[in-house]
Design a protein around this ligand. Structure first.
Ligand SMILES: *Cc1c(COP(=O)(O)O)cnc(C)c1O
Length: 464
C-alpha cells in the first residue's frame, strides 16, 4: 500500500516542489527562490505547516472549507462509497444513488423552482456548462443570436477558457487570447476604489444602470444572460452599495434575459443564508455551485437550473458533460457535508451568532490608521488599505502594502489574503468566538507592523 509520509526536511520538500510542481497563479521562479510553505495537517479552523507552526486559516483553504477541517464523517463516507461504487458515469442512460440523492437535496435547498442539477468537477467547469446551456436554451427557443453574456470587470468565474472569459480579470485576459467572443463586461460596483465624488447610493445606481445601457445598446434580442457573484470574492470581497441589487433586479425583470448567480463562494452558508442570492434578494434562473458544496473535501461543482430552463433544454440532446460529472465519491461526500451544515445549524450560526460577532469586531478595524473601509457580509470580509483615510487614496506603489500585510499575517500565524491593497478573509463557518478574537488580534498586530514598516520604508505615499 502506498502511504504518503513526510520524512523529509522542509528544505528538501521545497526543492522537489520547485523542481517538479507548477503552482497556480504564481511566478514559479520567485516561488522557487523563496520556497513554498508546506502544509501537513489541519483541524477545525487551523492548519499546521512542516515546521510545526499552527496557523489560523481565515481563508478556509480557498473559500471552501465551510465546516472546518478534520471531520471524520466525510472521510468515512468517502471510504464507504469507494468500496461500494468508486466510479460510474451518468452519460449513457445510467445513474447512481449518490447522484440522485445529492441532486434531490440540492433541489430542496435551492430557492424557488431551481430543481435540476447538472454536475461538474469544479466551479470553472460549471460556468463553462452555463455558457453552453444559456446559448443552447435561446437557440432552442428559436433565438440563436441571443448569445451574449454580460458579466462584470474584476469578477471571478473560474480559470478555464470559458469561465475566465466570463470573469473580468484583466491579468487573465492578457494571457492566452481571452475572452472568447460574445462576452461583454460592465464596470464593478466598487465604490471605495471607483466611486469618485458620488455617494455610495448614487454610485450603486449608476453601476447597475450600465447593465441596462448595455442591453439597450446591443439589443435585448442579442443578450442571453447576466452573470454575477452576489458578493465578488476573488476580486477583493467587494460589497456593493445597497442601491445596486434592487436596481439590477428591476433591469433583469424588465428585459428578457437569464440571470446566473455564481454562488461558488457565497453558497452554502457563507453570507448567512443558504445562498448569497437570498442575502441580496434576487431569484436566479441558474446557480453555479462548487467550493462549499463539499467543504473542499472532494472536487465537485454544478449548475442548478430552473424548471423553465430544464424544460427547454429537455427537448434537445445537450452535447455536454464531464467524465466526473456526479462522481459518486464526491457526491456522497457533498451530501454528508450538507447533512452536517443542516443538522448543526451552521447557516444559523453564521447569521445569528458568529457572523454578527465577527462583524462588530471587523468593522472596528476601520479605525486603524492604515485602513480605509472595512466591510463584511456573513463570513466574507475585506478591508481597504490606504495611505490617507480621508481621501480614499490609493498607494503610489500599488499592492506593496497588501503584500507586506499578508506577509506579517503569515508570520503572526494568520492566513489572510491580499488582492492588491485589499485584505480579505473568508474563514470556516464553524469559527468560534475565541477564534474570531484571535483572528482580530493577529490581524491588528499585522496591520500595526505593516504600518510601521511602510512608514520606515517611505511607502506611505498616495498615488497622484
Ligand atoms: C473559485 C471560483 C470559481 C471557480 O471554481 P474552481 O472550482 O476553482 O474551478 C468560480 N466562481 C467563483 C465565484 C469562484 O470563487
Amino acid at each position: 500500500m502506498t502511504t504518503i509520509t513526510n520524512h523529509m526536511p522542509t528544505s528538501e520538500l521545497q526543492a522537489l516542489d520547485a523542481a517538479h510542481h507548477m503552482h497556480p497563479f504564481s511566478n514559479q521562479d520567485e516561488l522557487a527562490a523563496k520556497g513554498a510553505r508546506v502544509i501537513t495537517r489541519a483541524k477545525g479552523a487551523w492548519i499546521t505547516d512542516s515546521e510545526g507552526n499552527d496557523i489560523l486559516d481565515a481563508m478556509a483553504g480557498l473559500w471552501c472549507v465551510n465546516i472546518g477541517y478534520g471531520r471524520d464523517e466525510l472521510a468515512e463516507v468517502a471510504a464507504r462509497q469507494m468500496r461500494e461504487l468508486p466510479y460510474y458515469n451518468t452519460f449513457f442512460q445510467t445513474t447512481h444513488v449518490p447522484a440522485i440523492a445529492l441532486a434531490q437535496k440540492l433541489a430542496e435547498l435551492a430557492p424557488g423552482d431551481l430543481n435540476h442539477v447538472f454536475f461538474a468537477g469544479s466551479g470553472s467547469e460549471a460556468n463553462d456548462t452555463n455558457i453552453r446551456m444559456v446559448r443552447t436554451y435561446w437557440a432552442q427557443k428559436g433565438k440563436p443570436d441571443k448569445k451574449v453574456i454580460i458579466s462584470r470587470k474584476n469578477a471571478y468565474h473560474g480559470s478555464s477558457v470559458g469561465s475566465a472569459s466570463l470573469g473580468g480579470m484583466s491579468g487573465m485576459h492578457a494571457q492566452g487570447g481571452l475572452p472568447i467572443p460574445d462576452i461583454h463586461h460592465i464596470d464593478q460596483p466598487n465604490w471605495w476604489a471607483e466611486g469618485g465624488d458620488t455617494t455610495p447610493e448614487e454610485f450603486g445606481l449608476e453601476r447597475a444602470r450600465q447593465l441596462e445601457r448595455a442591453i439597450e445598446e446591443m439589443g435585448e434580442d442579442r443578450i442571453a444572460a447576466f452573470i454575477a457573484e452576489p458578493v465578488q470574492g476573488a476580486g477583493g470581497v467587494i460589497v456593493p452599495p445597497d442601491s445596486y441589487w434592487s436596481e439590477i433586479r428591476r433591469i433583469c425583470d424588465a428585459h428578457d434575459i437569464l440571470l446566473i448567480a455564481d454562488e461558488v463562494i457565497c453558497g452554502f452558508g457563507r453570507t448567512g443564508n443558504w445562498f448569497g442570492s437570498q442575502t441580496v434578494g434576487w431569484q436566479p434562473d441558474i446557480m453555479t455551485i462548487a467550493k462549499g458544496l463539499s467543504s473542499g473535501y472532494q472536487p465537485i461543482g454544478g449548475s442548478i437550473v430552473s424548471d423553465e430552463v430544464a424544460a427547454v433544454l429537455g427537448a434537445c440532446e445537450f452535447n455536454h458533460g464531464y467524465t466526473y460529472s456526479a462522481h459518486p465519491v464526491a457526491a456522497a461526500v457533498a451530501l454528508e457535508n450538507l447533512r452536517i451544515i443542516e443538522e448543526e445549524n451552521i447557516v444559523g450560526h453564521v447569521r445569528d451568532d458568529i457572523g454578527p460577532y465577527l462583524k462588530h469586531k471587523w468593522e472596528a478595524l476601520a479605525d486603524h490608521p492604515l485602513v480605509g473601509e472595512a466591510r463584511i457580509v456573513g463570513m466574507m470580509g475585506s478591508i481597504a488599505l490606504t495611505p490617507h483615510k480621508g481621501s480614499r487614496a490609493n498607494f503610489a506603489d500599488a499592492g506593496a502594502a497588501g503584500y507586506m500585510c499578508r506577509e506579517r499575517c503569515f508570520a503572526n500565524g494568520l492566513v489572510m489574503r491580499h488582492v492588491g491593497d485589499r485584505m480579505i478573509i473568508s474563514p470556516p463557518l464553524v469559527l468560534t468566538k475565541a477564534e474570531a478574537d484571535t483572528l482580530i488580534e493577529r490581524a491588528t498586530r499585522s496591520l500595526d507592523e505593516a504600518h510601521a514598516a511602510l512608514k520606515d520604508e517611505g511607502l506611505l505615499k498616495a498615488a497622484s
